[in-house]
Design a protein around this ligand. Structure first.
Ligand code: ATP
Ligand code: MG
Length: 622
C-alpha cells in the first residue's frame, strides 16, 4: 500500500503574482516563512499509518490531502477541493494525499473507490502517483485509507480513557439528545460521566469484544457539557456497529466517529494544512482538542507516564466556502437517488454534475481547473456560481485547439436544379476544403464534396422570411460555406404540406477561394453537408437538468423540478472528416457549439455519437 515518500520536489517557488492570493495561501506562506513544519517528526509506531509517519522526519514542507468518503461519485464541488489541495501542494513543492475516508463501514464500496481514483487521475494529478521504492519502475498511487489507522485510533481512545478524557456513556440515544441542550441551553452531565477510568476501560473493551448490542453505549470525549459550542459537549468518538467493512472485514464491531478520526488521519499522515469546507468550522475546536490531548503525556495515579502519541506541531484546519453551482445538485445522497430511481441513465449520464458525467459530456480537465480557479477561495457561504461560467471555461480552453467540422442537426434536403448544366452531369462531385482550425494552418485541411444534393438546416429556409432573415427564401442568394453561392428558387412539399426539399440554382464561378468568389455579394452564409459523403450520426443535445437555479432550496423536493427536456437526441448528418473521430475527441461543429464523441457509445466509422458540451456562446442567460 503506502510507502515512504521520497520528496524530490524542488524548494518552494516564489508565489506567482498571477495567482490571486487568498487566506489559505497566506497561511501556507506564513508557515513556510516561520519554518512551522520544518523537520517535523511525528510519533506513532510502525504500522500506525504511512511509514513516513512512523518516526521518520518529513522533509516535505507542505502536505495537504483530499479526503473523499467513498460513498458516491465525485462531483463538480469535489473538483474544486481537488484542484485546491493538489495545486497548492504542487505550487509550494509539497505533496497532496488522496485519502479514502472510509471510517463509516456501511457506505463504502469498491466501485466508488475505483471511480474516485480514476477521476483524480483523469483530472491530471497522476504525477502524484509515486514510484514504489520496493519495486523500481512501478508506479503506485500516493493514496491512503483512513481504515488503515483503526488500530492507532483504538489505542488513542484507550489513552483518552486512561487519562480521564473519555468515558463510556450508557444513556439511550434519546436521553443523550435531550441532555445535550441546545443553542441557548447548556447540556446536562450524563450520570455515567464520572465513572472511573478503570471501569470505562473495561466497558470500552467489552464494546470492542462484541459484548454489547449496537447502539447500547458510546465512548464520548469528556469536555464540557456547558460549552457554547455544541460540538464540544462531550462528542461521541466510538460507537458499536456490527457491519462488514470493505477493507477490515469483521475485525471491528466498533467504529470511530468521523470528527475524532479525521484529525488523527491528518496527524498520522503529517498533513500540514487540512483544508475543508465551512460546515466544519464549528468542529475545529474539537479537531484541535483531539490533537492536543494525543500529544500530551499524563502521569497516572500509579506513576505510569502514558500518552505522547503524537508530537507537535499539529496539522491545522482551514475552511473555505463550498462551491455551489446554479441548476446543479451536489449532495451525494440526492445524486444517488437520481441514479437509483432512473431519472438519469447512470452516474456518468452527461447531464449529471458528477465528474464522470461531466467527462462524458465532454468537459476537459483544463476547463474544470480553470472553472475551479476562477470560482475563488473565500469564506462567503451561500454564494452561487452560474453554470454559464463552466461553459465559458470550456469554450475558452477548447476554442483554441478544437478541430472544426460541419454538421447538420435538423437535415433538410437542398437540390441544385442546374447542377448538370454547370458541371456536365448530375453525378459530378465538386471537391471542397476548409481549414481544420481557422487560426492554425498547421492543423491542415478537411476535404469534402459538394454534389447536386446537400443537407442544410431546416431552420435555414423560410417560405415567408421574417425581417432580418438573410438565409434561404425564394429569390435570395446565400453562400454555402466553403463552396458556391446559390439562389433559392422555392421548395417542394409532401402530401401533408410539409416542406421536404428546397430548390436552388448554383451561381457559377463563385466558389470560395477562387477569384470569382467575391463577384456576388451575399448577406447569408450557411453550413451544409454533402448528401453523397455526409455521414449519419446521433447527436445528443442537453439542457440543464433542473428548471430551478437552486433545485433543493427551501426544502423543495428536487425531483419536482427535473427538466423534462434536458435531453434531446437528433439524427444528424456530419461531414466525412468525422468518420475517424475517436471516443472523447472534441470538435467545434460550426454554428452549433462544442461536441465530443461519446466515450461509451461512439464507434469510429461505425456508429457516430456526439454529445453537445456547450453552445458557441451563452444562450442560458436569456
Ligand atoms: P456528502 O454529500 O456525502 O456529505 P461531501 O460532499 O462532504 O459528501 P466528501 O466525500 O466528504 O463529500 O468530500 C470530500 C472533500 O470534498 C471534503 O474535503 C469536502 O469538504 C470537499 N467538498 C465536498 N463538496 C464540496 C463543494 N461543493 N465545494 C468544495 N469542496 C467540497
Ligand atoms: Mg462529507
Amino acid at each position: 500500500m503506502s510507502s515512504p515518500t521520497k520528496n524530490t520536489a524542488p524548494a518552494a517557488p516564489a508565489a506567482d503574482p498571477a495567482r490571486p492570493s487568498h487566506f489559505i495561501r497566506q497561511a501556507i506562506e506564513h508557515d513556510l516563512d516561520q519554518g512551522t513544519y520544518a523537520g517535523r517528526h511525528w510519533g506513532g509506531e510502525p504500522g500506525d499509518g504511512p511509514s513516513h509517519a512512523a518516526g521518520v522526519p518529513d522533509p516535505a514542507k507542505v502536505r495537504t490531502r483530499f479526503p473523499p468518503e467513498p460513498n458516491g461519485y465525485l462531483h463538480i464541488g469535489h473538483a474544486k477541493s481537488i484542484w485546491l489541495n493538489f495545486s497548492l501542494a504542487e505550487e509550494y513543492g509539497g505533496v497532496c494525499h488522496l485519502r479514502f475516508d472510509d471510517t463509516n463501514p456501511e457506505k463504502e464500496e469498491q466501485e466508488y473507490v475505483d471511480s474516485i481514483r480514476d477521476t483524480v487521475r483523469w483530472l491530471g494529478w497522476d504525477h502524484h502517483f509515486a514510484d514504489d521504492p520496493a519495486r523500481p519502475g512501478v508506479q503506485q498511487p500516493h493514496e491512503y485509507f483512513a481504515s488503515d489507522y483503526f488500530d492507532f485510533m483504538y489505542r488513542a481512545a484507550e489513552y483518552l480513557i486512561e487519562a480521564g478524557h473519555a468515558y463510556v456513556d450508557e444513556q439511550t440515544p434519546e436521553q443523550m439528545r435531550a441532555n445535550r441542550g441546545d443553542f441557548g441551553t447548556p447540556g446536562v452531565n450524563s450520570p455515567f460521566r464520572d465513572r472511573s477510568p478503570a471501569d470505562n476501560l473495561a466497558r470500552f473493551r467489552e464494546m470492542r469484544d462484541g459484548k454489547h448490542p449496537d447502539g447500547a453505549m458510546v465512548l464520548r470525549a469528556k469536555i464540557d457539557m456547558a460549552s457554547p459550542n455544541i460540538n464540544m459537549r462531550d462528542p461521541a468518538i466510538y460507537r458499536i456497529r456490527r457491519a462488514t467493512h470493505h477493507r477490515t472485514g469483521d475485525k471491528w464491531c466498533i467504529y470511530p466517529m468521523y470528527t475524532y478520526a479525521h484529525p488523527i488521519e491528518d496527524a498520522l499522515e503529517q498533513i500540514t494544512h487540512s483544508i475543508c469546507t465551512l460546515e466544519f468550522e464549528d468542529q475545529r475546536p474539537f479537531y484541535d482538542w483531539v490533537l492536543e490531548r494525543l500529544a500530551e503525556t499524563t502521569t497516572l495515579p500509579d506513576g505510569r507516564v502514558v500518552g505522547g502519541l503524537l508530537h507537535t506541531p499539529p496539522p491545522r484546519q482551514y475552511e473555505f466556502a463550498r462551491l455551489n453551482v446554479g441548476h446543479v445538485i451536489t449532495s451525494k445522497r440526492k445524486l444517488r437517488q437520481l441514479v437509483q430511481e432512473g431519472h438519469v441513465s447512470g452516474w456518468d449520464d452527461p447531464r449529471m454534475p458528477t465528474l464522470a458525467g461531466l467527462r462524458r459530456r465532454g468537459f476537459t480537465p483544463e476547463s474544470l481547473k480553470l472553472f475551479a480557479e476562477r470560482s475563488g477561495v473565500t469564506k462567503t457561504s451561500n454564494a452561487w456560481t452560474d453554470y454559464a461560467a463552466l461553459d465559458a471555461a470550456l469554450r475558452e480552453t477548447l476554442d483554441p485547439v478544437a478541430p472544426r467540422a460541419m454538421a447538420v442537426l435538423e437535415p433538410l434536403k437542398l437540390i441544385i436544379t442546374n447542377w448538370a448544366e454547370v458541371f456536365g452531369s448530375d453525378d459530378h462531385l465538386e471537391p471542397c476544403h476548409a481549414p481544420v482550425h481557422p487560426h492554425h494552418p498547421e492543423m491542415g485541411q478537411r476535404q469534402f464534396n459538394m454534389g447536386r444534393q446537400v443537407w442544410i438546416e431546416r431552420t435555414d429556409y423560410e417560405e415567408t422570411p421574417p425581417k432580418g432573415f438573410f438565409r434561404l427564401f425564394p429569390g435570395n442568394k446565400v453562400r454555402l460555406k466553403y463552396a458556391y453561392v446559390i439562389e433559392c428558387t422555392g421548395a417542394t412539399k409532401d402530401a401533408a404540406g410539409n416542406i421536404d426539399s428546397v430548390t436552388a440554382r448554383l451561381v457559377p464561378d463563385t466558389k470560395s477561394g477562387t477569384p470569382g468568389a467575391d463577384s456576388v455579394k451575399v448577406k447569408g452564409v450557411i453550413t451544409w453537408v454533402g448528401a453523397a459523403d455526409g455521414l449519419p450520426a446521433t447527436v445528443n443535445l442537453y439542457d440543464r437538468l433542473f428548471t430551478e437555479e437552486q433545485p433543493d432550496a427551501g426544502g423543495r423536493d428536487f425531483l419536482t423540478v427535473i427538466n423534462p427536456n434536458s435531453l434531446s437526441t437528433v439524427h444528424a448528418i456530419v461531414e466525412p472528416s468525422l468518420a475517424t473521430a475517436q471516443p472523447e475527441d472534441r470538435f467545434q461543429f460550426e454554428r452549433h457549439g462544442f461536441f465530443v464523441a461519446d466515450r461509451r457509445t461512439h464507434q469510429a466509422g461505425a456508429k457516430l455519437v456526439f454529445n453537445r458540451i456547450a453552445g458557441l456562446k451563452d444562450s442560458w442567460s436569456k
